[in-house]
Design a protein around this ligand. Structure first.
Ligand SMILES: [Zn+2]
Ligand SMILES: [Zn+2]
Length: 403
């Protein structure tokens, strides 16, 4: 592509920006063109890389050059260089990509697979069938095919007694963040560890199971994993470390509830003040308040959690989640301070209700309110203040006379 091609592309894009009204067919065509531009870009990057032109700008590599001169992120630059290398080495797949027939993300998967397998001769044999999957299957199909091939390759390479070592080397777990602070876990485990993990998840899903739950298995599994981690963290605190489970950094006006501002965990995950209040019900947390310039003003333990004995008494009294009609067993509940400790609520039975995770959220983040009577009868009110229903504790038993 010469300078004339760039010029035409610039005109074309300017024209599209000025008249962005496209019909259905135009959108499909534009999506294909975007892929084709990716492919052209990779070719040009490959040529520039081979020419060594990046060194003239004082860079150590092509990827470094793309970062500094083309405003790319490090991972984007790495990916681009890998695409370029792949495109040069595998012209058949490249041709399909350049025609717009396969998505750039699929190309990246294929390139990453070739790079990781480190067996170019074997890859060349596998390439046609992988390309078929890339063209006619989904990205999940492609990942499955890639996985199978790597397993087969691995089995071929290793004698039986060395195989487990390679599996251990492959083990990993990525923890990353996506929109709105949601977390993504992605990893690989040896068959033995996978068995441990799946057994624990199945057990926890069984324990949390309630009849008529319409959530998907993956939703239930996510809940079970978080539940296992919460249990682990609450045990860890008893192990004499006296470390809080979670530290919260919060600015003064947000903390006192007069404004909504900076409120996040030590790892930088944003939380609402309502979420902080809910977490504080059941876990030791440290609150570090900040002035506007983020200089810590003070630090303190936010909540007194219930003692083991108080919790036993509550479990006996409440028998299950105290939301009217919720049958979650008490072993899967959290002790909620009806009046938040920070606002003067006591850490005693008269100020406590056992709630499952879902209904605990309903009270804090969902703004439902509950009122507890001296006999532990709990009245529930909707966010608009209207009465919803009443929940009763285990009925008292009268001692029978023995004489
Ligand atoms: Zn609570
Ligand atoms: Zn519940």
């Amino acid at each position: 592509m010469g300078a004339r091609g760039i010029e035409l592309l610039e005109h074309g894009i300017a024209d599209l920006c000025a008249n962005p009204k496209l019909v259905r067919e135009d959108l499909i065509l534009l999506a294909r063109l975007a892929r084709q531009v990716d492919a052209v870009f990779a070719t040009v990057v490959g040529e520039f890389d081979r020419s060594g032109g990046w060194a003239l700008d004082g860079r150590k590599s092509m990827a470094g050059w793309l970062e500094s001169q083309a405003a790319m992120t490090p991972s984007e630059a790495q990916r681009t260089v890998r695409r370029a290398k792949f495109a040069e080495a595998c012209p058949v797949t490249r041709a399909r990509w350049a025609s717009g027939a396969i998505a750039t993300e699929k190309l990246d998967r294929i390139a990453a697979l070739r790079h990781a397998a480190k067996d170019d001769a074997a890859f060349t044999l596998f390439e046609p069938s992988l390309l078929g999957v890339a063209m006619h299957g989904t990205i999940v199909d492609l990942a499955t095919a890639a996985h199978r091939w790597r397993d087969a390759l691995e089995a071929d390479r290793q004698t039986d007694d060395t195989k487990p070592n390679h599996q251990i080397e492959r083990e990993h777990l990525f923890v990353s963040e996506t929109f709105g602070g949601m977390g993504v876990l992605r990893g690989e485990f040896t068959p033995e560890n996978r068995e441990q993990i799946e057994t624990a998840l199945d057990r926890e899903m069984d324990r949390l199971h309630i009849a008529g739950d319409s959530r998907t298995v993956s939703q239930l599994r996510a809940e079970a994993l978080a539940s296992i981690m919460r249990q682990y963290n609450s045990q860890a605190i008893n192990a004499a470390t006296n470390q809080p489970h979670i530290s919260i950094h919060i600015d003064e006006p947000t903390w006192t509830g007069t404004a909504v501002g900076h409120c996040e965990t030590a790892r930088g995950m944003s939380l609402s003040r309502d979420t902080v209040a809910r977490v504080a019900c059941n876990a030791e947390i440290s609150i570090i308040t900040h002035a506007g310039d983020r200089i810590p003003l003070s630090m303190h333990r936010a909540q007194r959690t219930f003692t083991k004995h108080q919790r036993r008494a509550l479990e006996h009294r409440d028998t299950c989640c105290r939301y009217p009609g919720c049958a979650r067993p008490v072993t899967a509940t959290e002790a909620h301070h009806v009046e938040w400790w920070e606002l003067g609520g006591e850490t005693n039975l008269e100020n406590a209700a056992m709630l499952c995770y879902f209904h605990h959220r309903l009270v804090h983040e969902g703004k439902w309110t509950i009122k507890i009577d001296a006999d532990a009868t709990i009245k529930w009110f909707k966010p608009d203040g209207s009465y919803y229903a009443t929940s009763y504790p285990r009925p008292p038993t009268t001692p029978l006379p023995i004489k």
